[in-house]
Ligand binder design. Sequence first.
Ligand code: ADP
Length: 461
Amino acid sequence: MLSENDSKRIQSIIDVVMKVARGDNSVQAPMSDKYDQIDALAMGVNMMIDDLAVKEETDKENEHIKKLNAELEIAKQKAEESDRLKMAFLANMSHEIRTPMNGILGFADILKNNILSGEQQKEYIEIIEKSGNRLLDIINDIVDISRIEANIISPNITRVNINEQLDHLYLFFKQEAEEKQLSFLLNKGLAEEFASTYTDSGKLYAILTNLVKNAIKYTKAGIIEFGYTLTNGFGSPELKFYVSDTGIGIPSQEVNSVFDRFTRSKEVEKNALEGTGLGLAISKAYVELLHGKIWVESTKGSGSVFYFTLPYLNAEQVASSATVRPKTDEVKEKVDTFKVMVVEDDPTSEQLLKLLLQKLTTNLIFARNGKEAIELFKNNPDTSLILMDISLPVMTGDKAIKEIRKINTEVPIIAQTAFGLEGDRQKFIDVGATDYLKKPIIKDELTKMVKKYTRSVSVQG
Ligand code: ADP
């Protein structure tokens, strides 16, 4: 028979075992100093509890290691994917830059070394021009995505007539669509007097250009339609734009990733179609900057519809002032009574400006740096307009503008740069320029601007 004391000791051990069974490993079975069989039992239980605690700790550690491994695997996959994208981007970019560059250099060489008919010359020059424009598009895309990544883009909000923008875009792409024998349709959702909103015109144009360009590029036959409707987005009116095509479509598993930078669908990559995988990433960033959303609905093999929304702002105010337009068109076509000063250090750019300006006036004077420009202006106080490059040796264009403004506050000065950065226009106006032109100089933009600022001169003349 057990004594009452021994019975209590055994009960205490049983209590401890029960606690352990419920998951509490912090307990220990009590021991006496008798070192009898009951103590041996308690010691055994305690050893078992210690083993259990160690095992639990190991299990926990293993679990932690497993979790870390899984996280590591995901990070590794991400790094590999990013590496793959970077490599694909570099290979693609190198191809994208080399192809037009080869066109430019190759045909320039043919033009230089061969006697060609006028027709051939024209054809080759057109190829050079097209290649140059393609190269410029790529450079613009890279600059845009870098600006987005550096977080230095901000919207430049003005009143924008959307119908005018869409008409312009339609005319711009019509020929390209027709060359591929695609039906090209435009649907303007609002009557002219309501078709204005407050947004960033340049960015809206860039978004639509990317989407329409893609629609044409990724469609072999059928219809491309673009346009917009006015909808009610969560109580406030929204413009819902769309660009639909009957092209190659996007597989469902790739539908979301096409908006990521440098990402192109597998099929597009496989077929080495022209492009950098930046257009949609830029478009998405612009749409979000303008408080809208962008998405795509697509079926592989039968086509895609890209949508984006923008807030429809200040409708009444816009409607009442939509018809006000500058009257620059009334200017006479050709005038040769005004003197234009061109300040340009690069001989090729100078030559180009000379060619373009000669159509408007024969009275041209030239300076190669800011200092020369000031001297030349002092000797030609009858100058009607100054075209001032900004990156100049000896004295930069902005400093020269400041100096000229000390002598004359009236003469129109048009600043030009090749940087084309956000906020440039305001920066140069702040130092005294009247307006700003981005390089490369486009003939129509230059003509428009020269006519605008020499209007009073031409009317008198
Ligand atoms: P890019 O056209 O230069 O490759 P984008 O960023 O404009 O780059 O487009 C990313 C990818 O999305 C394209 O490579 C293509 O796989 C897919 N995509 C875009 N637009 C269309 C479209 N209209 N139809 C089918 N796929 C498209």
